[in-house]
Design a protein around this ligand. Structure first.
Ligand SMILES: Nc1nc2c(ncn2[C@@H]2O[C@H](COP(=O)(O)OP(=O)(O)OP(=O)(O)O)[C@@H](O)[C@H]2O)c(=O)[nH]1
Ligand SMILES: [Mg+2]
Length: 206
């Protein structure tokens, strides 16, 4: 189980496979520096952005799935830790941002389906929905996608959201975390916070 979580009543989490850009996004949102990297498995423990004043926490969780140089058993441990973290803090979690690498997602999803496996991203999405947590699917690295609308439709479809993806713009946010082009995700978060009567937290998502 991950240690060191500040005890706060409101939390937003960043989750997703390794190397999809969660920590890069965390940097963009907070303006603070968090370790990012070219290889998967950079974040091994949660990064917390803590606001005691607002009783609020933004959490960048370690990635699940493939990590270079990491043994399978350790990988499984991390996934279990993430699941336990989300389950035990689900009463405080206001939203989960599921970050996906838009450039490689479909290839990985198709490969898993063709083997008869449930892709990690979809498995995790279902897990979050089962906990009744609001989920934002942040499709990152859109700068690397050639046929954007078609790819977004495919990804949307694989999550059980029938195309066109644009009708799900309250769930799906195409972003480029590296360049800071994250306004579709910020808009969704702003709406969510407003609807939860937490306008006091809007200042963290400008
Ligand atoms: N082209 C492109 N690269 C990006 C984007 N966002 C992040 N990256 C790159 O993707 C790599 C991984 O980014 P991280 O933020 O470390 O990914 P992470 O999800 O935190 O990875 P773990 O900590 O291993 O789970 C880095 O080389 C980033 O610079 C993006 O929008 N476009
Ligand atoms: Mg990271």
């Amino acid at each position: 189980m991950f240690q060191g979580r500040p005890n706060r009543d409101s939390e937003i989490i960043l989750v997703g496979r390794s190397n999809v850009g969660k920590s890069t996004l965390m940097r963009r949102i907070t303006g603070r520096s968090f370790k990012t990297g070219k290889k998967p498995g950079v974040t091994r423990k949660p990064n917390f952005y803590d606001s005691p004043k607002y009783n609020f926490l933004l959490t960048d969780l370690p990635g699940f799935g493939f990590m270079s140089g990491v043994e399978t058993t350790y990988r499984e441990t991390i996934k279990t830790d993430i699941v336990q973290y989300v389950e035990s803090n689900s009463n405080s979690i206001m939203a989960a941002i599921l970050v996906i690498d838009g450039n490689s997602a479909m290839e990985i999803i198709k490969r898993h389906f063709s083997r008869g496996d449930l892709p990690h991203d979809i498995d995790f999405y279902n897990f979050l929905i089962d906990l009744e947590l609001p989920v934002i699917i942040a499709i990152n690295k859109i700068d690397k996608i050639t046929n954007l609308d078609a790819t977004l439709d495919d990804i949307s479809h694989s999550f059980g959201l029938p195309p066109p993806w644009k009708q799900w713009s309250d769930v799906i946010a195409p972003i480029n975390a590296k360049k800071g082009e994250i306004s579709p995700m910020i808009s969704i978060l702003q709406n969510l916070l407003h609807e939860s009567k937490r306008d006091d937290l809007l200042q963290f998502f400008k």
